[in-house]
Design a protein around this ligand. Structure first.
Ligand code: 3PG
Length: 391
């Protein structure tokens, strides 16, 4: 693909698609991780003398109507505070806008536009006609083929990858395409069903696939243990067995917990009990991996060459069930491995245990990060490749 950094942007009308989809409460941005990640790209374009327009979605509004709840105004307020230039929110832009050098224009939520999500051609052409150069930089939305991420790239005079997108692809490629081994992946979260394709794809390439959370419960049940009242998916135990066999056949392994931490109710007050994995009672719920398991996994992580992390291994929002996730987080922090992490809950855990500066790369992608792990081609990247091949 063409990189933004290879182009002369001076005096050009540059339209950058960012993923500025951040949580907002009472008109204020509550987590600025994605904004911080997008800033260098925007600043580079401004510094290069471009007339810069930035567009993004926020949330999932109804198309065709303005809804203040989904306005990018809080994001614009944030950008205005951190940037030295004037930042202007523009609500009506589809039929052309006046641009001044040295000013940053932010388009109002692209999902207010009819046809955005359906990747409507007319809408894509209108967006494309606003710019000389289209920059796709929204890694977090690269798995969506929509007018502002895909269609516009077909029609813009030049379509290229922004620095954030390029950096994400490079880091993820390094972790998965030619990794330093052993490659250890941690996939936690509540359900096998939502991450089946990720587990499928990773079980074929990693040396160790650590499963955690509700996902692990399904594997524990598949191995024939009682999981009591734990969250698990009875209809997926055959899949779990198949994945374990597949990992073994390819020389890898999906280690099962040897001990677990249980509670009788899902609450912050629940009493935690540590038990061997084969001693779970009928009225128990598994909420974390046990300390012996955590130590075993930590040792694997310390020796890893590459680590990919998505999903906590326990209910870490309750302190008594957070030991497993904390141990994993600290082992990753202490490891010399190239480590990459992504996903909302994972980022929350990284924040909670204050290890962000010890992770080699933190992805801004949630769904996009998972689709990359699944081995899927991201449509917004594919179109950039097509454009580069045609050029
Ligand atoms: C995300 O938060 O994962 C991206 O911004 C994509 O949002 P979407 O799932 O609403 O398309």
């Amino acid at each position: 693909v063409i990189a933004m950094t290879d182009l002369d942007l001076s005096n050009k009308r540059v339209l950058i698609r960012e993923d500025l989809n951040v949580p907002v409460k009472n008109g204020k941005v509550t987590s600025d991780a994605r904004l911080k990640a997008a800033l260098p790209s925007i600043q580079q374009a401004l510094k290069a003398g471009a007339k810069v327009m930035v567009m993004s979605h926020l949330g999932r509004p109804t198309e065709g109507e303005y809804d203040e709840e989904f306005s990018l105004q809080p994001v614009v307020d944030y950008l205005q505070e951190v940037l030295d230039c004037p930042v202007r929110l523009c609500k009506d832009y589809l039929d052309g806008i006046e641009l001044k050098a040295g000013e940053l224009v932010v388009f109002e939520n692209v999902r207010f536009n009819v046809g955005e999500k359906k990747n409507n051609d007319e809408l894509a052409k209108k967006l494309a006609s606003l710019c000389d150069v289209y920059v796709m930089d929204a890694f977090g939305t690269a798995h969506r083929a929509q007018a502002s991420t895909h269609g516009v790239a077909k029609y813009a005079p030049v379509a290229c990858a922004g620095p954030l997108l390029a950096g994400e692809l490079e880091a993820l490629g390094k972790a998965l395409e030619n990794p330093k081994r052993p490659l250890v992946a941690i996939v936690g979260g509540s359900k096998v069903s939502t991450k089946l394709t990720v587990l499928e794809s990773l079980s074929g390439v990693v040396d160790q696939l650590i499963v955690g959370g509700g996902i692990a419960n399904t594997f524990v049940a598949a191995a024939g243990h009682n999981v009591g009242k734990s969250l698990y998916e009875a209809d997926l135990t055959d899949e779990a067995n198949r994945l374990m066999a597949q990992a073994k056949a390819k020389g890898g392994d999906i280690p099962l917990p040897v001990d677990v931490v249980t509670g009788k109710e899902f609450s912050a007050e629940a009493k935690a009990e540590t038990k061997a994995v084969n001693a779970v009672a009928d009225d128990d719920m598994i909420f974390d991996i046990g300390p012996d398991t955590a130590e075993q996994l930590a040792a694997m992580l310390k020796n890893a060459g590459t680590i990919v992390w998505n999903g906590p291994v326990g209910v870490f929002e309750f302190e008594q069930f957070g030991h497993g996730t904390k141990t994993i987080a600290e082992a990753i922090a202490q490891s010399d491995a190239f480590s990459i992490a992504g996903g909302g809950d994972t980022l929350a855990a990284i924040d909670q245990y204050a290890i962000a500066d010890k992770i080699s790369y933190i992805s801004t992608g949630g769904g996009a990060f998972l689709e990359f792990l699944e081995g899927k081609t991201l449509p917004a990247v594919a179109i950039l490749q097509e454009r580069a091949n045609d050029a």
